[in-house]
Write a protein that binds this ligand. Sequence first.
Ligand SMILES: C[S@@+](CC[C@H](N)C(=O)[O-])C[C@H]1O[C@@H](n2cnc3c(N)ncnc32)[C@H](O)[C@@H]1O
Ligand code: SF4
Ligand code: SF4
Length: 381
Amino acid sequence: MSVGSKKSCAYSEKEFHHYIGIDDRPWLHLEISLGCNIRCAMCTFHEQLEKVTWTSLSDVQDLGDELNRFGVVHLGDGSEPLVNPDWYQIVSHISQLGAKVSLQTNAKLIRDIKSAERIVNSGLHLLSISIDGMTDNTVSRIREGIDFSTIEQAIVLINQAKKKLGSETPHLTANIVAMCSNLSEIPDLISFLLFHDFIKARIGFLELRQENSQLVSELLIYDKARAKQTIAMVYQRMDAHPQPFVLDAELFGETEGMSKRNACTAYRDHIYARHDGEMFACYGKRRLGNLFADGVDTCLTSEEYADHVETVTTPGNNICSACSFCRVMSFDVVDDHFGSEAVSYYSRETIIASLQYVKEGGNAEDYWRDYYIARNGGVQC
Ligand SMILES: C[S@@+](CC[C@H](N)C(=O)[O-])C[C@H]1O[C@@H](n2cnc3c(N)ncnc32)[C@H](O)[C@@H]1O
Ligand code: SF4
Ligand code: SF4
């Protein structure tokens, strides 16, 4: 992670958090919904539009001030938090306890000045918006149900609301999923974010978590050189802009995945709770109890948690070795682009052959089109 502008000096994540008033205590990643109001081809976290459900306000209120022990309560890791009709009361409640609240959204429900003012008035500290391109076509192809103009309008409205209400918060950050077809738009997207007073962007790469005929040739493992050039261009855009800006493009660096996994402290820095309160360490790897039934203390002092910590702090342990937590992934590792379900569907041999095909000058799209034709008995779908 580094800060742009003419300074271009390196900032750790911790320094960035201190810069915006976030201390070193662990983060609670609290889902307040399950499901979404749009459909993104790459998202496998829920049944999307088919079934949307959410956490009740009273469950969160009944926790008393237990959430205050976290430096940040982050809403929206795997679902869309703003579909919860009580999101405003939940954010206000947690903010009033003294915890900083961060929220990740597709921005679809920020559609007029009133909804933007509610975001600002809720006390939200950080607002992260997902945006993967600079044109309506690109964004709506990746995120069916929203386009660039709609997200742009939401950003303008939030900035208008902050100005009108004289509020510095929420600080604006962006989450960008890079893939072959949106790479060329990413430098312009960063300029756009700088222009609209964003203070940070994270660029991650697409991970194929299950079979998908459209996305398989989109993986950046097929276009590594162009991806690295794009990141270099993004730094140039940041340097040309006077405003300090943090770019988290850590996933495109050279650090090998196993050393990241050995150094990972997510087991203590990021605790995860599903919308129904089920609480986990390491993003679902070990259940600690139920947040609403058992409370934070019981979950964090449980034998299960102590046992898990002992396991994952042992260098080279099997759990960390097989972990696909997004921050320990490596750009050069095939399995960090193809998730385990995708590998077992396509087979490792087929994937390795696809990489060889591209290395020899072939095109990933052609390779996978032929693969699907062969799989369908010679019929093109
Ligand atoms: C699952 S969403 C939940 C929050 C909210 N609905 C949103 O889209 O911002 C969190 C982030 O995960 C990203 N994401 C989803 N599927 C992904 C995948 N297969 N590879 C990389 N990032 C992915 C999304 O683009 C989004 O920025
Ligand atoms: S908006 Fe977020 S939660 Fe909804 S489908 Fe897309 S990535 Fe998943
Ligand atoms: S299991 Fe994954 S998230 Fe947990 S400490 Fe190991 S690498 Fe980090």
